[in-house]
Design a protein around this ligand. Structure first.
Ligand code: UDX
Length: 437
């Protein structure tokens, strides 16, 4: 029998928090989304998604004002059975975690729960290192709301949501990890929340302690990033020997132990998670006096790929004082997020060479972000405009529309195309180089 609806608070309305709030409201839970940003709160209450994620707008439109409400007030937490913490944990300059927003949010939660007598559960969705979990969540909560495991429960329940497929990833997870230090009330309460969303007999649920759960998130992202860096390393060797790394990847991906996903070699990984989480794992390792060679190499290979792309371009053309098209500015297709996009080092290298960088991305948000970042980048609103008179084109994001490019190549001054994502189908007139094929 399905568990009755719960009263749920979700603190932090980024892409993770908003997705979770909307999906839980959609299955009948009474959800309050809490954020300090008034404009986000207003948008949600007006039935509008504050960020672009496929399927999210529909969910918010159908639940806002009914099972979903947004507010800037933390008082709503007092009535919640379960409070999800989905606050950002960005990286500092040295790679370590900046937990100030999470600590501030936890203090607000602790104060809201201070004189509440019933047991309430706080679920950490934010990505945090074990020591930060203690200092940013457990301690501030305990000092305000009482002993953990008695007045208040804390469970670490990492999210594995990709940008661009966050709603689907939440609705249809590979696994659920619940780190609750054997607090059975916490485990039962979280299961009751998810029971309305999943068939908990068919989705694997792994119960761990809190520290293990927090490291599972870092290990997952680092493993995936390492898989891409390893195929990039192998891909660079393939290129030197005139071998197609995609055929090699197909050959190894058929081995069940390796598996075919995350074997697309090219210009590397970006986004809000892989760079941050690999850097945090290195910083965490070093803080414990361990140098993690594999993870450092994972990052290093990724940092080198843009230079390899530019070296291929240099081989064919001198870009000094010439326009060069940068096709794709977002870190991956399906999003306008440019955080740690590989387009950033590509543009920097082009500008260093004295080239005129001409950036294009199908998403206006990605174009605006890059326009704001680079004073001297020309940002244009079509691939055609980027490529006309250019002496080269660097393909950085695998947007499907780039596979349709055809006559645009004829407008280039020199039809040199360096493809970092294996998305271009080049006509014979083009001088085409794949990064790893
Ligand atoms: C990632 C994780 O997949 C997700 O589980 C986690 O919760 C957040 O971080 P995301 O950053 O949204 O999600 O994107 P993802 O699709 O994983 O791609 C990350 C980067 O790797 C992108 O820049 C992508 O272009 C690159 N990538 C991915 C490759 O270069 N090759 C591949 O084969 C796969």
């Amino acid at each position: 029998m399905t568990a009755p609806p719960r009263n749920v608070a979700v603190v932090g309305s980024g892409y993770v928090g908003t997705t979770i709030a909307a999906c839980l409201a959609d299955v009948g839970h009474e959800v309050t989304a809490i954020d300090i940003d008034e404009s986000i709160v207003e948008q949600i209450n007006a039935g509008e998604a504050p960020i672009h994620e496929p399927g999210l707008q529909e969910l918010i439109a159908s639940t806002a004002g009914d099972t979903l409400t947004a507010t800037t007030e933390h008082d709503a937490i007092r009535d919640a059975d379960v409070t999800f913490l989905t606050v950002q944990t960005p990286a500092r300059e040295d790679g370590s975690l900046d937990a100030s927003a999470l600590t501030a949010a936890t203090k607000d939660v602790g104060e809201a729960l201070a004189d509440v007598e019933d047991y309430q559960l706080v679920v950490v969705k934010s990505t945090v290192f074990p020591d930060v979990l203690e200092s940013a969540v457990v301690e501030p909560l305990e000092s305000r709301a009482g002993p953990i495991g008695e007045s208040v429960g804390v469970a670490v329940n990492p999210e594995f949501l990709r940008e661009g497929t966050a709603v689907n990833d939440f609705i249809d997870p590979d696994r659920i990890v619940i780190g609750a230090d054997s607090d059975t009330r916490a485990i039962e309460e979280l299961r009751a929340v998810y029971d309305r969303l999943y068939d908990l007999d068919s989705v694997p649920v792994l119960e761990t302690n809190r520290k293990e759960a927090s490291l599972i998130k870092y290990a997952s992202n680092t493993f995936l990033a390492a898989k891409v860096s390893l195929i990039n390393d192998i891909g660079n060797i393939c290129k030197e020997y005139g071998v197609d790394a995609y055929t090699v990847a197909e050959g190894i991906g058929l081995d069940d132990r390796i598996e075919a996903q995350f074997l697309r070699s090219g210009v590397g990984w970006g986004g809000s998670c892989f760079p941050k989480d690999t850097a945090a794992l290195v910083a965490g390792a070093k803080a414990a006096s361990y140098e993690p060679p594999m993870i450092e190499a994972t990052i290093e290979v990724n940092e080198r790929q843009p230079a390899r792309m530019l070296a291929l371009l240099d081989h064919h053309v001198d870009v000094t004082d010439q326009p060069v098209a940068v096709l794709g500015l977002a870190f991956k297709p399906g999003t306008d997020d440019t955080r740690h996009s590989r387009a950033i080092p590509i543009i920097e290298e082009l500008l260093d060479r004295g080239a005129t960088g001409r950036g294009y991305d199908p998403r206006p948000g990605a174009r605006t972000a890059m326009e704001e970042r680079f004073d001297s980048l020309e940002v244009v609103d079509s691939a055609q405009a980027a490529m006309t008179d250019a002496v080269g084109a660097c393909v950085v994001t695998d947007w499907p529309e780039f596979s349709e490019l055809d006559e645009e190549f004829d407008a280039m001054a020199e039809p040199v195309v360096i493809d970092g994502r294996r998305i271009i189908d080049p006509p014979e007139t083009v001088i085409y180089e794949g990064l790893t094929w």
